[in-house]
Design a binder for this molecule. Structure first.
Ligand code: BYC
Ligand code: FE
Ligand code: FE
Length: 471
């Protein structure tokens, strides 16, 4: 059976790991059948499978049934004489076993990362039933199977390096459930419902992008197996971000096109999504995803950095970091005070590592906003989409418990409650969007509310039969 798990970790010579995975694999499969994409497990999906880490090997395309997807274990090949390149242990050789003094921290980081992967599959499990095209249906499943593989990647680390504790954690990853009141997923954004395709695109745009930044920070880790695993996960992540960014872009394009055609600018008569609803979804998912970076001022972040477990984005390569120990610098933060004012405070840089990572994330999001806005301009429209302030609608960190408008002005709870329906999706907005979610399974056809993609997948035409439904 283990020949069937593609891997570059010498699985066939590692009896202990084999046995652990042998126990876990059937549980993973029953989780997948229960919580994975509902109603499509027998269909042939045109999917990309990672079969090796060689150039090109990670992108093998063919039709597969999802339960037959070959979830594999791949690490980017090791670098000779790699050294820890930040924090207190800078210059020491990287760890190939879990360093005893950081075992608790590492386990927690890995479990937190791992937990998001199956959570997202659970959040998206019903979306296939309302896919706007076969192209989108296929992309949804591609994202789902790869998040499944990301779970395998983390479970490999737990099984290989954390003994019995690791095996228990790996089981727990299959028992928690997104949104469940008793056994919820660990991070809040992974318990939110993703009930429609605009939410799916906002999720892959904003929440998967947190994944990109967290994985990149872990790819700097001094625990080499974690660095190499997450480095390889990043190759797959790029497609998820593409799905989100171009997905919203196509919704914006369709809306813009119809705004030009309609006399009063109201696109709902054509079954499209008004810009103000798109903006509200951006507000909702951007703010929820900012929470995923943790607190602005965080002792955990300082510990992770100091220990050499979690670095900054491209810590090794980006020339802008001159000091990799980061004990002397400070970070300026606008902290809310009792008098409804923001006070600029200085915090030690290590405690601000969540912010440093988040700053890069926000810049990355800004670039996508610019691209969407250029679509609006292309249609001669003056409307613009924007990112809300990073203080808006937060539940984690220093802004939690305070109220801000999308521009970042501090307001009272009463003011917030009064205006909330203009800033965040209302029940009525969700219902309207959900009323548009009718499946379109004819090759090349698109639902009313979304423009076709610029091109197909893997040089196939847009009207390629990306999913062949079982009879
Ligand atoms: N929800 O020190 P603080 C992805 C807790 S996404 C609930 O400020 P820290 C993907 C925190 O645990 C990437 N609780 O935060 C995307 C702590 O609890 P204790 C996932 C939260 O630890 C789409 C307390 O609040 N990867 O891959 O510096 C599809 C104070 O926390 C939250 C990772 O997250 C929250 N949002 O940072 C599929 C990487 N935030 O200690 C996949 C690993 C904080 O008081 N995780 N808390 O009990 C980490 O590096 C860190 O745990 C975090 C939090 C960045 C998440
Ligand atoms: Fe992932
Ligand atoms: Fe992802």
């Amino acid at each position: 059976m283990f020949e069937s798990i593609p891997n570059n970790v010498n699985l066939s010579d590692n009896k202990r790991l084999q046995r652990a995975l042998e126990q876990w694999q059937p549980d993973f499969l029953s989780w997948w059948m229960e919580m994975g994409p509902e109603g499509f497990q027998q269909d042939q999906i045109y999917l990309r499978t990672a079969i090796s880490v060689e150039a090109g090997g990670w992108a093998h395309f063919d039709y597969v049934k999802m339960p037959d997807y070959r979830w594999g274990i791949f690490l980017t090949p090791p670098t000779q004489d790699r050294r820890i390149h930040f924090g207190d242990n800078i210059g020491e050789p990287v760890w190939n076993e879990v360093p005893g003094e950081f075992r608790k921290e590492l386990r927690r980081i890995i479990v937190t990362q791992a937990d998001t992967e199956p959570a997202s599959v659970e959040q998206q499990r019903l979306l296939g039933k309302t896919a706007p095209s076969l192209y989108d249906l296929r992309n949804l499943f591609q994202v789902n199977v790869e998040e499944g593989r990301h779970l395998w990647a983390m479970v490999y680390l737990l099984h290989q390096f954390f003994g019995r504790d690791g095996r228990e954690e790996a089981e727990d990853l299959l028992t928690r459930r997104s949104g469940n009141a008793d056994t919820p997923r660990i991070l809040e954004a992974f318990n939110k419902p993703v009930n429609d395709w605009l939410a799916f695109f906002a999720f892959t745009m904003f929440t998967d992008r947190d994944g990109k930044y967290q994985l990149a920070a872990l790819a700097e880790s001094g625990f080499d197996p974690l660095a190499r695993t997450t480095q390889f996960m990043l190759t797959e992540e790029a497609h998820h971000l593409f799905v989100g960014e171009t997905g919203i872009g196509r919704v914006v394009r369709r809306t813009a096109e119809l705004m030009r055609q309609s006399k009063n600018g109201d696109v709902s008569e054509f079954g499209a999504i008004p810009l103000d609803i798109i903006q509200k979804y951006i507000n909702e998912w951007f703010s929820a995803s900012l929470d995923l970076f943790g607190g602005e001022d965080s002792s955990n972040a300082a510990t992770f950095f100091g220990a050499g477990l979690k670095g900054r984005f491209r810590e090794a390569d980006d020339k802008k970091y001159r000091d990799h120990v980061a004990l002397d610098d400070i970070y300026q933060l606008d902290v809310p005070s009792e008098e409804m004012l923001l006070k600029r405070e200085e915090i030690p840089l290590r405690r601000a590592m969540n912010m440093v990572l988040r700053d890069g994330y926000v810049e990355d999001c800004e670039r996508a906003l610019e691209r969407w806005n250029s679509i609006l301009k292309e249609y001669g429209l003056s409307e613009q989409l924007y990112l809300p302030s990073q203080r808006f609608n937060r539940s984690i960190g220093i802004y939690d418990g305070h109220y801000f408008d999308p521009k970042g002005e501090m307001i009272s709870k009463e003011q917030f409650d009064k205006s909330k329906s203009q800033w965040l999706p209302t029940e009525k907005d969700y219902q309207y969007v959900s009323s548009l979610m009718v499946p379109v399974y004819e090759p090349g056809k698109m639902a009313s509310w979304i423009a076709p993609p610029a091109k197909g997948i893997n040089h196939k035409p847009i009207d390629f039969e990306y999913v062949i439904r079982a009879k």
